[in-house]
Design a protein around this ligand. Sequence first.
Ligand code: 13P
Length: 249
Amino acid sequence: MVAGNWKMNLGLADAVRLASDVARETADDARAVTVAVCPPTIWLEAVAERVRTSGVALGAQDVHPEASGAFTGEVAPPMLREVGARYVIVGHSERRQLFGESSAFVAEKARAVLAAGMAPILCVGETLDEREGGDAEAVVLGQLAESLDGVALDDPAGLVVAYEPVWAIGTGRTATPDQAQTMHAAVRAALAERFGGGEKIEILYGGSVKPGNAAELFAQPDLDGALVGGASLDADAFAAIVAAARASL
Ligand code: 13P
């Protein structure tokens, strides 16, 4: 799976154009690789319109756990489902760091996304200090366990996990294939222990994935794809990453 997290970028015209370009340029590969785009919430409907007849799936970047109510400014899981979202990113490090979201709150979101019939893309990752202090694996597995509190899965395909080391996001500094593989293997073992069939859950890597480093990352046995930020804003670059994912199958 390759998912593009557009973050808080693009006006309406550019978002619609990018969605059309991604749908066209990934048309062949999207038969073999799950391709998703996660535009800003306000453009979900317009982007849904563009990708509806293509193989590209729609995802949202965040959600509130309640189904409705007095939560000014928030968007509920059933609303995202209604607009056509199949995936919802939860627990992105920007939400955890800039908006103070706890793993307990992320777990509420993950449960609500599943209850609404969509798949959470659950993000976990350590900071540079945590890695340099030798705590990366403990931090990531701790976040994972807490962010999955109370989560039950009927189908392993119903959950996607993204390992995104905070120090690699938007920095141009990617985890080495070895660093990524080591963490992915630990995450996979934890998922297998936590869920029946958990070893089948897709684990994506995120953090400065580009066309130039995608192939070596995808060559790692426990990397099932990528969650792409900056490079997903360029249809050619994003399509090249999707092509690398397909070539690695
Ligand atoms: P970059 O690809 O820009 O480093 O962003 C990664 C990310 O945060 C995707 O969710």
